[in-house]
Design a protein around this ligand. Structure first.
Ligand SMILES: [Zn+2]
Length: 504
């Protein structure tokens, strides 16, 4: 077995791990490396989609391999001299962009493996993505590009073509998923159905077993891949959420693994305590119980576990939880809430609604909508799920004091620190009592513990997990501190740089 970490070796995110035995190969994740992207790009300067993969290729943001979609390769880019790896599938750990964001670029005949929840989230992300954005969202269906003219330097979406879909292999059976996967809510174009299979029905060249694990997005999966040797991949995982027991089950299954590829997001962090989802719930509940006026809960999109916590808090405190239409679309797709029971949907003042909203959310849950003026009139009755990006819409509600609960991760880097200063300015403007962070005199955010639980195992837990699994070799990925593993496990730790291979 030959293991190559093409990306994500020494950074948090961008994981692209390749396993090969003879003519068989699979990728474990194929994510977007935000750290590398941000060397060149920011919000208003991104890759030019009209040039396909040209920009990403030259900037070194995707590995130089001959494995990409032909319709994304303009005439002045020749990938044919680069390694054409055999890839029978990409095994997806979870639906965060740093793990899946470059899959859409891969050859269209490469199937994706994922849990039904992960595949559903990806499809819904694609449905709700702003048109004209980057390629990251085009999974499992995608827009075919064609040459704009004979010259072939400029690629444009083929307006006449329906959307082809990638083949999907589910980690477990799911009834009626096909119906959602191949239902188009964009324009009049259809999604051309492809096969949907289950692990075991498909020959991947390896025996692949999937295990649900706990993470900050539902559907997260760890894999055990068996070839000449067996390899275990954790994806992103933790023990301190609602599904912690799933992680424990997986750890027992992984015992005595030959090779353990694990994330190490938090190994470099000095932390005194590990905040659990349960504690976040309790701390936030206490704040809401004492709150007057509107409560705004700011947590990361697609963190449905956190959303459920705030829904419970709303029920306990006699309030209603108001979510965005996008949240409602995802909850509907995941069939998570029975008819979105007890949830309200914020009716934004928008000039045009996208089809996913009119055809699905409005159509099914029209009576759940609440207008900004209704929220304004009875502010103490609601918990509003808003974040920085929604601040302009609060001008329609005009909160009168109230409480803002920041329940998301800390800032990384200067750019994000600036965003917190702007968020702070909004919150001061509305007169909120802010929990979760504050901004000091120099304009830097300071975060308070207790209102956010990380998606990743703490350093101490990871140490115990690796001890319990007791693998022959451990390969760290998704970490800025790979050497921590060398210090702890010496010879057992195999540290690979991006692009480096190791054979066992
Ligand atoms: Zn993640």
């Amino acid at each position: 077995m030959r293991i190559t970490v093409y990306d994500g070796a020494g950074s948090i995110g961008g994981s692209k791990i390749y396993i090969q035995e003879g003519d068989n190969g699979v990728f474990l994740d194929f994510g977007m490396n935000f750290a590398k992207y941000s060397r060149y790009y920011e919000e208003f300067i991104t890759e030019r989609t009209a040039r396909g993969i040209y920009d990403l290729w030259h900037l070194g943001l995707i590995p130089k391999l001959n494995i990409y979609r032909k319709d994304l390769i303009p005439r002045d880019l020749d990938t044919s001299a680069y390694p054409k790896l055999p890839v029978s599938a990409v095994l997806i750990s979870h639906a965060h962009l740093d793990h899946v964001g470059n899959i859409a670029l891969l050859d269209e005949n490469i199937p994706i493996v994922g849990s039904p929840t992960t595949i559903t989230i990806l499809k819904a992300l694609n449905d709700t993505a702003a048109s004209g954005g980057h390629f990251g969202m085009e999974v499992p269906y995608y827009k075919v590009r064609k040459n704009k003219d004979e010259e072939g330097y400029i690629l444009e979406a083929d307006r006449k073509a329906h959307y082809p879909s990638r083949k999907v292999i589910l980690t477990e059976k799911a009834e009626q998923l096909d119906e959602f996967l191949f239902h188009s809510i964009r324009s009049t174009k259809k999604i051309i159905p492809n096969e949907v299979k289950t692990l075991g029905e498909e020959e991947l060249g390896f025996e692949v077993r999937a295990f649900p694990v706990d993470h900050s997005i539902y559907g997260a999966t760890a894999y055990i891949v068996e070839g000449d040797v067996d390899l275990t991949y954790t994806g992103d995982f933790r023990l301190h959420g609602k599904n912690g027991d799933e992680t424990r089950k997986f750890i027992r299954e992984a015992k005595n693994a030959s090779i353990l590829i694990t994330e190490g997001t938090r190994v470099g962090r000095e932390e005194h305590e590990n905040v659990s989802e349960r504690e976040v719930y309790e701390n936030a509940l206490e704040i809401v119980e004492g709150a007057n006026g509107l409560v705004v809960a700011d947590f990361s999109a697609r963190n449905f576990e956190r959303l459920e916590s705030f829904k419970k808090i709303a029920e306990k405190t006699g309030r209603e939880l108001v979510v965005t239409a996008k949240d409602a679309y995802f909850l509907h797709a995941l069939k998570m809430v029975d008819g979105l029971e007890n949830l309200r949907i914020y009716g934004n003042f928008k000039a045009t609604l996208q089809k996913w909203e009119t055809l699905v959310v409005w159509e099914n849950y029209g009576d759940h909508y609440i207008s900004p003026f209704e929220v304004r009139a009875n502010q103490e009755n609601y918990i509003l799920c808003f974040s920085f990006y929604d601040m302009p819409h609060l001008l329609d509600v005009m909160p009168n004091g109230g409480v803002y609960i920041y329940s998301s991760s800390e800032a990384f880097g200067e750019e994000q620190e600036f965003s917190f200063l702007r968020l702070w300015n909004w919150l001061q403007y509305f007169g909120f009592e802010v929990h979760g962070f504050k901004v000091d005199k120099s304009g830097k955010p300071i975060f308070e513990k207790g209102l956010h639980a990380s998606g990743h195992t703490s350093r101490e837990e990871l140490m115990r997990i690796i001890d319990e699994v007791d693998p022959d070799y451990v390969i760290p990925v998704h970490t800025e501190n790979p050497m921590w593993f060398k210090d702890k496990w010496g010879e057992k730790a195999v540290i690979l740089e991006n692009g480096e291979s190791w054979e066992v």
